[in-house]
Design a protein around this ligand. Sequence first.
Ligand code: HEC
Length: 428
Amino acid sequence: MNRFSFASLGLIGIACIVAFGPHPDDVAKKKLPAKPTYAEHIAPILNDHCVTCHRPGEVAPFSLIGYENAKKWSAMVTQVTHSRLMPPWKAKEGYGEFMDENRLSVEELELIKRWDATGNAMGEKKKIPAPPVFTSEWALGKPDLIIQAAKPYRVSSEGTDEYRNFVIPTNFKEARYVVAMDVKPGNPRVVHHVIAFLDSKGRAAKLEAQNHDGQEGYVTFGGVGFAPDGALGGWAPGLQARKIPGGNAFRVEPGTSIVLQVHYNKSGKEETDQTRVGLYLAKEPVKQEMHLAWMFNILLAVPANEADHKVFFTYKVPRDITLWSVMPHMHLLGKSMKAWVERPDGKTVPLIHVDQWDFNWQLNYVLKSPIKIPGGSTVKIESVYDNSDKNPRNPSNPPKPVFVGEKTTDEMMLLIGAYTVDGQPARN
Ligand code: HEC
């Protein structure tokens, strides 16, 4: 799995100065129309940023296609876009750069606000752009292997969201290299997001047998119930399937099962889902193997009744690596997570800052350009937790002291990074 030893743990205060994007007040508002129209200003924004999810049959609870829908939701759209709840892209601007960034500019936010405040003008009907066309084809062509749970899963109509882990054997006779993964939700109305973990030691199958409830898979809260041997990546609506860059790949040993974790939303009626994962296998020698570093604070403790409990964690990088993606993970008390690298030469490199942590939107953030991290660097992580009774998500009422664990009432401080080891070619 990972070649790192678990890091030195410590409480280290670190001042970190970060440059953020322009403040809304600084926008040259004069260039924007006083009375924006749906046809020219709003429809293009919704098409670009929202309708991948907000269209009939998709995961979002209503459609934002067409003038009537946009007008009906205008006030709420203004509210949730300005609070940065939507679109659900949680990495703060100006701190690391990622693929598929879906974030509204300050100009777009201002147009949305003005359109709402000035009575939702439609503009010229013939200027309304057509909504984007979504194909149901595999974006990278036909996969070499398509895997899915043995039977469709029945998702109950109501209740809290569910994390269901489907255990799917790969049946590889020899080690294979996976160069890309794509996901086709069986029922996009309820499939919120998906993460594919690897288990080569039969632990997931054991958990499934122990927790058998008459259906495929087993339920967890966030994790899969053990430290997996790896992960192939994650998927959420709007994230593109793309090849692992640099000619690199994940090595999957024979006998490995894929643990397909599907986060289900409830739609108000009983639904079924059988999500498929397409795997693309290397046909040529692979350059390097992708590994995962689990930067995991096993000593995390969050005292009761603290609304702003700050925790620091440091992770020593023992050798030269290249980092390709990061995925922060916390539970319901998490408020924010910020991670950066301090190199031996004193330079600081920002990794990611999720300043409004939302347990429902856990994404794997693929770096726009990979980051070289020399051995001897330190990854520093700062998380903030709200364990007060003011936190509406606090699972314990009254609040109680919280420690590391996999249950709803436990917490986590984990950053998963996918990396290659510099100068180490794949075993092929
Ligand atoms: C990746 C999928 C996705 C994208 C992109 C997306 N949404 Fe959403 N949206 C959802 C889901 C799912 C919900 C239901 C609540 C949740 O799961 O967070 C939601 C809820 C909402 C709500 C209701 C919020 C509430 O409190 O009930 C509004 C309004 C909204 N979205 C507007 C937008 C707008 C405007 C955009 C584009 C700027 C957008 N969304 C982009 C998936 C998405």
